[in-house]
Design a protein around this ligand. Structure first.
Ligand SMILES: Nc1ncnc2c1ncn2[C@@H]1O[C@H](COP(=O)(O)OP(=O)(O)OP(=O)(O)O)[C@@H](O)[C@H]1O
Ligand SMILES: O=P(O)(O)OC[C@H]1O[C@H](OP(=O)(O)OP(=O)(O)O)[C@H](O)[C@@H]1O
Ligand SMILES: [Mg+2]
Length: 281
């Protein structure tokens, strides 16, 4: 099975990190090498530009791909989304000069819109019933309204800094995006694809979770169980030869601080908190 992963740009590092955390360690990889084996002999990684990944998957050069929802929408869709991987979060927005006369989407009627996403922009304008000219650019889109190349833009924003420093205001949201795992529709039930999907899912499930281990007097077990939040009942084990039990539980990271204080108050001791790499349901 081949999995297409962004070869550069901001999506490369977090995507490789996800593969590693999922246990799909990359082997024989090297700087500028565009394919690599993994610890699983049946899984090969292809390093491809984020914008080309939908086409690689659709054409069968790869079976699954990791890329932004915006890239899939721009390339015409036709892929099955398996998982939202929750990074590369951004919005595609219609934006125009803050001090100009474009305040509503309808105001761009008859005007020029610069974008790196002509397909998404065309669909958006059609849906809104707006007739406008699209000017295709490949970057620095935020400059175009200031040099009379366009009246408005459709571009990516996340923190909003680039729009702000270029004195552009959001007129409308066109699309919300994040990085997702996509498959060709005919391979979604392939056991290898399911295995990769499960591995990624286990990394996402473990995020923000901690594993708590402690000892507690057997007589206080009910109290200990009462203060452990979330995720089903804890695992309880007898400690040989003592009136003590070992209690293990998965808890939300944000609850750890308070839970430890509560656990000590009900007699727990030797409390360990550890990170969880993967959590398979
Ligand atoms: N500022 C951002 N914040 C969050 N996600 C973003 C941002 N910019 C882009 N993305 C996401 O990352 C994807 C790829 O963008 P990126 O900028 O990494 O690649 P590129 O534009 O193809 O390459 P480069 O900018 O390095 O030339 C986008 O399609 C989008 O899904
Ligand atoms: O809201 P912000 O946090 O400011 O992010 C938005 C900017 O990030 C991306 O640019 P990138 O850095 O990828 O440069 P590019 O235009 O060369 O792709 C995008 O094209 C915006 O310009
Ligand atoms: Mg970019």
């Amino acid at each position: 099975m081949r999995i297409a992963v962004p070869n550069k740009g901001r999506l490369h590092d977090p995507s490789v990190d996800l593969l590693e955390r999922a246990g799909l360690h990359i082997e024989n990889g090297a700087d500028r090498k565009l394919y690599a084996d993994t610890v699983d002999p049946d899984v090969t990684v292809l390093f491809v530009r984020a914008g080309d990944i939908p086409e690689y998957v659709r054409d069968g050069a790869a079976d699954v791909g990791i890329t932004g929802r915006d890239q899939v929408a721009e390339s015409g869709g036709g892929l099955t989304e398996l998982l939202d991987l929750d990074y590369g979060k951004c919005r595609l927005v219609l934006a125009a000069p803050e001090d100009g006369d474009i305040a509503n989407p309808a105001d761009v009627s008859g005007k020029k819109i610069a974008t790196e996403f002509p397909e998404i922009t065309r669909n958006y304008l059609d849906e809104q019933g707006i007739d406008a000219e699209i000017v295709e650019v490949t970057g620095a889109t935020e400059l175009t309204p200031h040099v009379e190349m366009a009246d408005a833009i459709v571009d990516i924003t996340s923190t909003g800094t680039t729009l702000k420093v270029n004195r552009l205001g959001i007129v409308d949201e066109v699309l919300q995006s994040s990085v997702r795992l996509y498959a060709r529709p005919d391979v979604t039930d392939d056991p290898k694809v399911t295995q990769v999907e499960t591995a990624f899912e286990s990394v996402l499930s473990a995020e923000g979770k901690r594993y708590l281990m402690m000892n507690a007097p057997e007589s206080r077990l009910d109290d200990v169980q009462d203060v452990i939040p979330g995720m089903g009942g804890p695992t309880v084990m007898d400690v040989a030869g003592e009136d003590t039990v070992a209690v293990h539980a998965v808890v939300d990271e944000r609850a750890v601080f308070e839970t430890i204080t509560d656990l000590k108050a009900v007699g727990a001791s030797d409390i360990l908190v550890t990170e969880i790499e993967r959590l398979v349901d």
